[in-house]
Structures are given as C-alpha cells and as structure tokens.
Design a protein around this ligand. Structure first.
Ligand code: SF4
Length: 392
C-alpha cells in the first residue's frame, strides 16, 4: 500500500523470481540513533496532546524505569521516583493522624492514594518516561512499551486504514502490486481507469498489454507492472477460478506478490491478521528498538511476538501511518511526535515544536490524504480526499 505497498526487501527477493516488478526496497532505514538531546525540555506538541492525556494508563508504572536519552540522569530519576512514592505516603500519614484523629481511617488511606496521583502527574510529563538508548530493557518492559506505543498511535490515528482505494480483493492485490516504487496516492489516481476498463481478472488477463501499459504509465515501471498484474490475473483465472485466494501460501505464488502484499490483502480484504513489514515499518521498529533484526521475515516474527495476533493488522496501519506522517525517514518530526516519551530515537529528527509541525504530512499537516475515496471515519476526523490524477 503506497509506500506501504512496496514489499520491502522481502518481497523484492521473491518477486525477482516471478516478475520484474519488485516491491519497494527498504528505503533508507533511519537507524535508531542514540538520543543525545534532552527530551525533557521538548514536550511534544500538537499530536502529543493525546499522549499527555493518557499518562494515567497502568503501563506508566513501568515506563519510568527507562533512562532518558540524556543518559545517566534518567537512570537516576528512575530510581528516585519510586523512592519518593514510598516516602511521600509515610510523611503525610503522620501529620494526618495528629491533626485529625477523628478521621483517622480516611486520613490513613489518603497517603495510599496520594502516591498514585503523584506518580500519575509525574509521568504525565513526557520527559520523564523517555526510554533510554541502552539495550538494557527487559523483555517485559519492551512488550509493555511496544503495546503502549501501539495504543498511543491508535489514539492519534483512530481512522487508520489501508491507503489504497479498493472495492474487492482483486482490486486490492492489483493496487498493492502497483504501489511498488511509488506512492499510494499515485496508484489511487491510476487504478480508477484500470478497473473501469478491466473490472475482473478475466478482463485484465485478456487485455492488450500496450493499452494496460499506457494506463499504468503514471505509476512508474509500467511495463514490468503490466506484466505482473496481467500475470497474476491469468493465474487467478487459471488456478483459482478467477477469485483471489485467502491463504498466504496461495497468494505468494501469484506473480508480483510477496509476503508483504499477501498480508496487506489478507488483513484488509479477508480480515486475517498480518503484519505488513514495509519500509516504514522496518525503519520505525528499529528506531523504537522493538527488534534488531533487519530481515523482513525476522522482523515480522519478532514484532509479532510482542503483540496479540488480533492486533497485527491495526498495528501495521498505526506504524505505517506514523511513518508517513510524523516519523519520516530523513527528518522525523520529533518535536511534534505523540510517542516521543517512549522513543529511544527521540532527537534523531527536528525537536523544535514549531519547526516539527511544519514537517507533518497528510491530514496531520492539514493536507489531503492519499485515498480518493477515504473511509467516512477519516472524513469525520477532518481528513480530505486526495485529488484525482491531473487535478491540482
Ligand atoms: S518522530 Fe517520534 S517516533 Fe520518530 S524518532 Fe522522533 S520521537 Fe521517535
């Protein structure tokens, strides 16, 4: 799907055997650079609101265990925080008993509650929950942080969806193949003409290649893509009765279809959980230190182990949407990032809130999205449809 549609390195390898069309290569993977900045001073702006509001979640109790990018200072803070909790109640407890002996019971309970409030307020400050750069995070802490990031992103992108326009599995698999080496926007601007002329696998399989090439020209690599989509259409007609199969093992046999494309189709056309490891996904999970793997299949397995299977498809959307709008490859908008407190790579990009806001894309930047026909939830959230090809 879009950049998402590019199947990264994985697909590239497989595609090479079947078709010249390769899913997108793993573009500049922004490495998870050490955070040298002081996130504490740069509370995320804009989208970060959601983050601040959420700090009451239970996970917070574990987050503070991380070091701040600043280094030891964070480690120190971590240790002192819990200590403060313990001492605070004790300190308040005594005076309460002295001044209000009649309310002994309620007073005694207050100190037990107070620490929690104090904790919440402390953790509400993003700077204090920033994870450290070192690989000293326990497995449990990693799982909690990863899931918290996903929850935070779900609040930031509650309308996240596949960004390729499609009305059925056939359109989705074709659109995903076409998205290699180009954006979902360009694919969405191209496929209306393609599907209007060739609405079924049978139609596309029997098409004049030169006519298909002309339609697909705007997507780039149009000759190879023509061979792929016509090839997969023929395979669908000959091997699957003209229907897109709903099994991974069948999908990856289709020309131009790798695991990434297959999971896009399974997750979004068949409702079967799948992780889409595209270039954005690879870049972000490395920045977040969810895994040190570089092979897409291994990334898929490593990240999949951090989440319930039922979360996989939405997780993919959240990560990819964040990568497209905020955590860009070359210049991530750290200063406007809602998950900055949870990111070891904070500071890899622009940390000035105002400058960071200008880096936001699509609806987060007040711009049109990639789909010409986006879901209603996206429109309700203020998102705008993409313009058709040639418009504006
Ligand atoms: S934009 Fe956010 S997720 Fe990306 S590197 Fe910066 S702080 Fe981390």
């Amino acid at each position: 799907m879009g950049e998402q549609g590019s199947d990264g390195g994985r697909k590239t390898a497989k595609t090479t055997k079947r078709s010249p069309v390769k899913e997108k290569p793993t573009a500049g993977a922004g490495g998870a650079g050490e955070d040298k900045g002081a996130p504490a001073k740069k509370a995320p702006a804009g989208p970060a609101k959601a983050t601040a509001a959420r700090k009451t979640s239970p996970e917070k109790k574990t987050s503070p265990e991380k070091k701040t990018p600043a280094g030891k200072k964070a480690a120190a803070g971590k240790k002192t925080a819990p200590a403060a909790k313990k001492t605070a109640p004790a300190g308040k407890k005594a005076p309460a008993k002295k001044t209000a002996p009649v309310r002994k019971a309620p007073t005694a309970k207050k100190p037990l509650v107070a620490p929690k409030k104090a904790t919440a307020s402390v953790r509400a400050a993003p700077a204090k929950t920033v994870v450290g750069p070192a690989g000293d995070e326990s497995r449990t802490a990693l799982v909690r942080r990863a899931r918290r990031i996903n929850r935070e992103l779900a609040e930031v992108f509650p309308y996240a969806h596949p960004e390729l326009d499609f009305e059925n599995p056939f359109q989705l698999v074709v659109a995903t193949v076409l998205s290699a080496q180009t954006t979902d926007l360009r694919v969405n601007q191209t496929t209306p003409a393609l599907f209007a002329k060739y609405p079924t696998p049978e139609d596309l399989a029997a098409a004049n290649p030169e006519e298909v090439e002309e339609i697909l020209r705007p997507t780039g690599f149009f000759r190879a893509k023509t061979r792929s989509v016509m090839g997969l259409s023929k395979a669908l007609v000959e091997d699957f009765g003209g229907e897109v199969p709903g099994r991974l093992e069948d999908l990856v046999k289709l020309p131009g279809v790798g695991r990434k494309t297959a999971f896009v189709v399974l997750g979004n056309a068949f409702g079967r959980p799948g992780i889409t490891v595209d270039t954005h996904f690879q870049r972000l999970v490395r920045r977040w230190r969810w895994t040190g793997e570089t092979d897409p299949d291994k990334i898929e397995a490593a990240v999949g182990a951090l989440f319930p299977k039922s979360d996989w498809t939405d997780l993919s959307h959240h990560v990819i949407w964040h990568g497209r709008r905020i955590c860009h490859a070359r210049k991530p908008a750290c200063g406007a990032c809602p998950i900055a407190p949870l990111c070891p790579a904070y500071g890899e990009g622009e940390t000035d809130p105002e400058k960071a806001k200008k880096l936001l894309k699509y609806e987060k930047g007040g711009l049109p999205g990639q789909r010409l026909k986006p879901p209603q939830a996206y429109l309700d959230a203020g998102g705008r449809p993409a313009p058709p090809l040639g418009a504006g």
